[in-house]
Each structure stands twice: as structure tokens, then as C-alpha cells.
Design a protein around this ligand. Structure first.
Ligand code: HAM
Length: 469
């Protein structure tokens, strides 16, 4: 009988490989990868600049806050609190949530840290992730980033105008055109109750034509019916009494003054009687910034308004306040469509190459010395081959390559190769920083000179062309 042939496959490979689960981000959350970061970096820089220019000081507050802060601050009947909050009970039995917005947290911090004794207005800015468990779609995420600005302790409408001015400045610096400002005033505790009565009686007569949510809102928060997006509700709302026609004297004056300020700084606005915003704390001014995307649909880039009673509602003294927040994810999307130049990080002009084990060890130290003296250096320490390292240096357009071979490592020197002239010389370690700095400065001065000459040439050409005409 022929003997059974033994297979030569090693035992280990005979076993079927167990599939290891690969993880994905959870629904509505995403990674922001390095390629996208230059847009974020640009946005952060612009936000920082505007915050500094308008005198806003940065505040960071926890991602986890107590549920009650938002129930009382944002409002029990708002979508954010009622439907979208990520909330859970801790092991200690406390109900906490992932912050869905920043305004109540800022007010909490304002009261907790005694900021009411600071000179007024207290101007604070923040940025970071917020969490809302809504249905994800284009431009709507469950984890999204907001930047916000809040000014506490001032009731003058000039602050409202300045908030709008700041937001517009951010959009302008990012080269976002066609951002429109929607504006409304929704009154105060003085005038809102009588307006609400009027609105309720108008809506009650048309209750059959309202969506289920609005039938409920009629009892809990009638103002919210005004900004319902359901077709049948918008029809009812189009004939409803408008808040601006029922403002008390103080609110009316505040609103007209704001409009005068906006006219003065030439910011166009569109008065929107249906704009009430979805959060409970607003009084008087409410505003929102919209931009049309490439499909023609409108995306809210940001919004805000006055919240004169929130500090009191959260246990503090009566303190008027105003603020706004922008959706950073949406702004980044808009930047990409608008061809905004992303941030360009400075690139290293020096490349450090090494050859051999001793040189490799030395190169770590030399890298640190160069970096400490303010010289940006590129390297690929993992590579041993000099040619591939020089190719890499060419790729990143390095002006100077420093090479440490076995011999240089032993006698404490470095080969300096000038990539522009092709020349090279060997220098002792302790001379290297001075020499690199000298050469980089020379190159920079030369580049500046050439740029100036070219600018002049272009100007002369323009002048000649004009003369010819
Ligand atoms: P908000 O209108 O709820 O206001 O949010 C502000 C902005 O955050 C929106 O205009 C939008 O750009 C962005 N945003 C909201 N939800 C999402 C989401 N799910 N995905 C992506 N972006 C989103 C507030 O949060 C108030 N705290 C603003 C404020 C500050 N009012 C006074 N001070």
C-alpha cells in the first residue's frame, strides 16, 4: 500500500486564523485625520485671533456636567435636553451628561468662580466637542465641535452688535462669502407672556393643521412652533402674530438700537419673524448665520442671542448676557468648498542623515541640539541607506543636509552639504549650529530679495500696460 504523503505545511498555519474584530468609530462620530487638520488649524488660529482682538479670555470646562445644569439652563422641553442628551448614572449615583452645548457651562463657571466680581462685561471664549444624539446626516454629527463667545454683565445692544461683528469677522478671515445673517427679537419676561397668549389663541384655532410635535409644543413651549420645519406648520406660522410687533418699550428700543448699530457697521441682515432658536434661555435678540452649500441647501454655521435671565435661573444675581457659538465642523466643510487656503505649517529646511550604528546614536543628540536652538530638522532615522535619506532630503526641498558617518561620529564632526550650491564641508559639532543659522539666514535674505525684484518687475509691467492703453 502506498504510504500516505506527509504534508509539508507547518502545524501552526494549519489552524484557521481567528478573525480579530476591527473597530470603527461609533455612529455619528468621526476621526479628523491629519490631511484635514490644516483646515482646523487655520480655523483655530482665526478664532484665537478674533478672541484676542476683541478681548475674550479662553475658558475650558468639563465635557461631563450634571444633567440638571442643562435641564434648568437649556430647558427641559428643548430637543437638545428632551431627546438628544447623552446622559448616564455614575457609579456614585449622580446623573451626568456629555455637554450638548457650552452656554450653561460658562454660566456655571461664572458663578462657581465668583466672576461676577470681575470688571464687566466678563468676556469668555471656548472651543471643543459637544454631544447631541440626533439623527446623523451631512453636516450633523453626534460629536461636533463648537467655538463660542459669551459676554456677561452688559445689557447694551452694542454688545449684541459686536457679537455679530465678531462672527462676521471670523467668516471674512476664512474667506467665506455669502454668509447671511437672520435676526429677530423675541422679547423678555415683560412682553412675552402677552405675546404667548396671542400666539396660543391663534394656534389653537389651527391646531388640526399642526404636526404632532407642535400640538405638544402648544402646551409646553408655543414659541417653538414658529421655527418648526414641517411644511404644514410653516403655512400656519406664516400668518401668525409676530414677536417684533408685540415687544415692550424696552425690548423695542433695544432691537431698534441693535439695527442702527448693524447699519452703522454695514452688516446686512434679514429680519426673520419665525426665528426663535431652539433653546429656552433666549431673550430679546436672537440671530443665526446661514450659508448656502453647493446643493443649494442652507446650513446654519452658527447662532446665538441674548440670555438675560440665565444667570439668575442658575442661582446667581440678575445678570444680562449675550453670546453665540459656531459649528466648527460646518465651517471646515464650508472652507473646503470655498477654496480657503488651509494653514501651512513651516517646513524644515535642514535634513539630518546618518550612516552606521555609532552615527545613529549621535544623531539623536544632534537633532535635539538643533531643535533646542530653534532650527527645524527633518530626519528618517529608521533608514540606514544614505541614498534613500538624500532622496528624502530632496523631496522635502531641504536647503542643508547634515551627514554623520562612522568617521564623523568618532571624531566629533559633521558633513554639511549645501543643496543649492552642491558644495560640502566638514565642520566640528560645536560649530554646526552657528554655521547652519548663518546659511539659512543668507538663503532667506536672498529669497526675499528675489521676491522683491519680481514684485517690482510685475509692477513695472503693469504700469507699462496701463501707459500703452
Ligand atoms: P446652537 O444653535 O444649538 O446654539 O449651536 C450652534 C451651532 O453649532 C449651530 O449653528 C451649528 O453650526 C452647530 N451645531 C449644532 N448641532 C450640530 C450638530 N449636531 N452637528 C454639527 N454642528 C452642529 C448653541 O449651542 C448655543 N449655545 C449658542 C449660544 C452661545 N447662544 C448664546 N451663546
Amino acid at each position: 500500500m502506498p504510504r500516505k504523503k506527509k504534508t509539508s505545511i507547518p502545524k501552526t498555519t494549519k489552524k484557521r486564523k481567528r478573525k480579530v474584530k476591527r473597530f470603527q468609530t461609533v455612529r455619528g462620530m468621526r476621526d479628523i485625520l491629519p490631511d484635514e487638520q490644516p483646515y482646523w488649524q487655520k480655523l483655530r488660529k482665526v478664532i484665537e485671533k478674533v478672541a484676542v482682538d476683541y478681548n475674550y479670555r479662553r475658558i475650558d470646562f468639563p465635557i461631563v456636567e450634571s444633567v440638571e445644569l442643562f435641564e434648568r439652563g437649556t430647558g427641559m422641553d428643548t430637543d437638545i435636553v428632551d431627546k438628544e442628551m447623552y446622559k448616564f448614572k455614575t457609579a456614585g449615583g449622580d446623573w451626568v451628561c456629555l455637554r450638548p452645548e457650552g452656554t450653561p457651562s460658562v454660566v456655571r463657571a461664572y458663578l462657581q468662580h465668583g466672576m461676577r466680581t470681575w470688571p464687566k462685561p466678563v468676556k469668555l471664549s471656548y472651543s471643543g466637542p459637544m454631544y447631541r444624539h440626533d439623527r446623523p446626516q451631512e453636516g450633523r454629527y453626534r460629536e461636533f465641535y463648537q467655538c463660542g463667545f459669551e459676554a456677561l454683565g452688559e445689557q447694551d445692544a452694542i454688545l449684541d452688535a459686536q457679537m455679530i461683528q465678531m462672527a462676521m469677522r471670523i467668516f471674512k478671515l476664512l474667506k467665506l462669502k455669502k454668509v447671511s445673517l437672520h435676526l429677530n427679537s423675541i422679547g423678555c419676561e415683560e412682553c412675552r407672556p402677552s405675546y404667548n397668549k396671542l400666539l396660543i389663541s391663534y394656534l389653537k384655532n389651527r391646531k388640526k393643521s399642526l404636526c404632532m410635535d407642535c400640538k405638544r409644543r402648544l402646551k409646553t413651549n408655543p414659541l417653538r412652533v414658529l421655527d418648526c420645519k414641517e411644511e404644514k406648520c410653516t403655512q400656519v406660522v406664516s400668518q401668525a402674530p409676530q414677536t417684533v410687533d408685540h415687544l415692550c418699550g424696552d425690548c423695542k428700543k433695544h432691537f431698534t438700537t441693535l439695527l442702527e448699530y448693524l447699519d452703522e457697521i454695514e452688516i446686512p441682515y434679514s429680519l426673520r419673524p419665525e426665528l426663535v432658536r431652539g433653546l429656552d434661555y433666549y431673550t430679546k435678540t436672537v440671530f443665526e448665520f446661514f450659508m448656502e452649500d453647493e446643493n443649494g441647501s442652507q446650513a446654519a454655521l452658527g447662532g446665538g442671542g441674548r440670555y438675560d435671565y440665565l444667570v439668575e435661573k442658575l442661582g446667581g444675581p440678575s445678570t444680562p448676557a449675550v453670546g453665540f457659538a459656531c459649528g466648527m465642523d460646518r465651517i471646515v466643510n464650508a472652507m473646503k468648498n470655498a477654496d480657503t487656503e488651509p494653514y501651512q505649517a513651516p517646513t524644515p529646511k535642514v535634513y539630518l542623515a546618518q550612516l552606521g550604528d555609532v552615527a545613529k546614536k549621535k544623531s539623536l543628540k544632534i537633532f535635539e541640539q538643533l531643535e533646542r536652538s530653534g532650527i527645524m530638522v527633518a530626519e528618517s532615522f529608521g533608514r540606514g541607506n544614505l541614498r534613500s535619506q538624500l532622496n528624502q532630503a530632496n523631496k522635502i526641498k531641504a536647503e542643508i543636509v547634515l551627514i554623520i558617518g562612522q568617521r564623523e561620529a568618532l571624531d566629533g564632526s559633521v558633513i554639511l552639504k549645501d543643496m543649492n550650491s552642491g558644495g560640502q564641508e566638514t565642520l566640528p559639532f560645536d560649530k554646526i549650529i552657528k554655521e547652519v543659522k548663518k546659511r539659512l539666514k543668507k538663503n532667506a535674505d536672498m529669497a526675499k530679495k528675489i521676491a522683491q525684484q519680481e514684485r517690482k518687475k510685475a509692477q513695472n509691467l503693469k504700469k507699462k500696460k496701463k501707459k500703452k492703453k
